[in-house]
Design a protein around this ligand. Structure first.
Ligand code: BG6
Length: 510
């Protein structure tokens, strides 16, 4: 298919440039774990490379492993080199960060550990002039969330610290999964709200910080050509995909408890749907955008758990291509019923979307890594181009590519060049230039340092998404599934295709 019209990005104005945050002390609980190594420290390093860290700051890793600050720095240096690529590693920028990186071993469930942590930090905070600004990042297993939050609160560390006339901020960042159902999420919110105000709480969903995801609102509401057709009069259906080629990557213990519906749907995929379906906020401000996201999730038609087959298809990958199946992965039960793939059909019940199916799918070990939102339009009302040379005329589509190759494409029909009258599809494609901009994790860390909660999830959003999915997940877990049912490297289970074909639709290929 021909590709045409590569758009160019105009030079950005100075006001688009990101500002450096004020000095801070960034605590990482769970600092010896996988998340700190793969995401958090590399994200801080990226901010250092982009000169988006202030001169004065401090990073304190805390975890159960009994290692020294030197050993921690070495381990993190390796991790950053792996994430950045050895040739791109900037020693100077790493040292700017590494010199301010400390490690303190501690037990999360010991109240004394928090008072002594505070005592040990104070001289460092003074030395690094962190201005009483503190961020607590919980990169611990979900089972430890409550202990850390309660102990921070009881040690008096939740309220913003002050020294003399100076008062800083205290923010707490919570990784997903935020609860495992509506009840546990409400309990966790209860514990948080006992010590922290909502404007101190930063619930992570790194998908909200992906470049194309942030662009959905710009694309929809800064252009007048799209919004008039962004409704059920013109749109036939929407496909939201988050497909991965990787498996569960040594996270068997976590994944057995979570499965794909908790891991990807309750958060990432429902947020993508919310941004695609929501009404224009009155202003581009944190609470107004969050209000509309919640309303969109709250407008999804409740799902009847008694009729799972009508809207849900689940899958689990088997062995193949020389790799183990899900059931053979470490820490996974030999007869596990946990899904690694799901396809879900949702409807948004309001004037704009009534009758438009939203198909969501996500899975591990699929044919390609692909994150996108594909908006499929209805066919033209009357087809005057008939005849064999015309072929099948595909309706228009707009695809917001989240990854890889972030960008957007529009499928239109145009005359095939030449003397014959033939139509052929043309793809208008805009790929984001590779810019030195903060990637998802760096972006959310920066926002948290600057006190901007727009890309974080509010309590009401967590509640709305669990309210929708909890009954479905519980019903699905009580049922026996015929797993494994898809081959690694494939498009997923046959049931997922059947879910769409009933409505005369088919998935875009992965
Ligand atoms: C995480 C999930 O939230 O997102 C992982 O826990 C998943 O299972 C990951 O692999 C996908 O993120 P990304 O940014 O690689 O698409």
């Amino acid at each position: 298919m021909p590709t045409a019209g590569i758009a160019e990005t105009m030079p950005q104005s100075e006001s688009c440039e990101l500002e450096r945050p004020k000095p801070f002390n960034f605590f990482i609980f769970g600092a010896s774990g996988d998340l700190a190594k793969r995401k958090i420290i590399p994200a801080l390093y990226q901010l250092s490379v982009l000169s988006l860290l202030p001169e004065d700051f401090l990073v304190i890793g805390a975890a159960r492993s009994d290692i020294s600050t030197e050993a921690f720095r070495d381990k993190m240096r390796q991790a950053v080199m792996e994430a950045a690529g050895h040739s791109a590693f900037d020693k100077g920028k790493w040292e700017h960060l590494a010199n301010k990186l400390y490690y303190i071993p501690m037990q999360y469930d010991s109240p004394q550990a928090y008072t002594s942590l505070a005592k040990r930090c104070m001289p460092l905070e003074k030395q690094y002039k962190t201005c009483q600004n503190r961020i607590f990042y919980l990169a611990v297993p979900p089972t430890a969330f409550e202990d850390v939050i309660t102990n921070l609160g009881e040690a008096g560390l939740a309220s913003p610290a002050s020294a003399g006339n100076e008062k800083g901020y205290t923010h707490i960042v919570i990784e997903k999964p935020f609860g495992r159902d509506l009840r546990s999420a409400s309990n966790l919110n209860g514990v948080l709200n006992k010590y922290f105000a909502e404007n101190q709480i930063y619930r992570m969903d790194h998908y909200l910080a992906k470049e194309t995801v942030q662009n959905i609102l710009m694309f929809r509401f800064a252009n007048s050509v799209f919004e008039p057709v962004w409704n059920n009069r013109f749109i036939d259906h929407v496909q939201i995909t988050a497909a991965e080629t990787i498996g569960i990557e040594h996270r068997g213990g976590y994944y057995e408890e979570s499965g794909v519906l908790r891991d990807m749907f309750q958060n990432h995929l429902l947020h993508l749907l919310a941004l695609t379906a929501m009404e224009p906020p009155q202003a581009f401000s944190t609470e107004k955008v969050r209000d509309e996201r919640v309303k969109a999730i709250g407008s999804i038609k409740p799902l009847n758990p008694e009729c799972l087959a009508g809207f849900l298809s689940l899958g689990q990958y088997g062995p193949g291509n020389g790799t183990p199946g899900y059931r053979q992965e470490p820490d996974v039960q030999p007869y596990s019923n946990t899904p690694t793939y799901a396809a879900l059909k949702l409807e948004v019940e309001n004037w704009r979307w009534n009758g438009v199916p939203f198909y969501l799918r996500s899975g591990k070990k699929l044919a390609s890594r692909k994150g996108e939102i594909a908006v499929h339009f209805k066919p033209v009302p009357h087809l005057m181009f008939m005849g064999s040379q015309m072929g099948r005329i595909e309706p228009n589509a707009i695809v917001l590519r989240i990854q890889p190759g972030e960008g957007l494409e529009m499928l239109i029909q145009a005359k095939h060049p030449g003397s014959r009258i033939c139509l052929s599809p043309v793809k208008l494609d805009y790929t984001y230039p590779e810019e030195a901009a903060p990637k998802d994790y760096s972006r959310v860390l920066l926002d948290c340092m600057q006190g901007d909660q727009m890309l974080f999830v509010r309590t009401s959003e967590v509640d709305a998404s669990w309210e929708l999915l909890t009954p479905v997940i519980e019903q699905a877990e009580s049922q026996k599934w015929d797993f494994p049912n898809y081959h690694p490297g494939s498009e997923g289970p046959a049931g997922a295709a059947a879910l769409l074909s009933r409505n005369g639709h088919q998935w875009d290929p992965l």
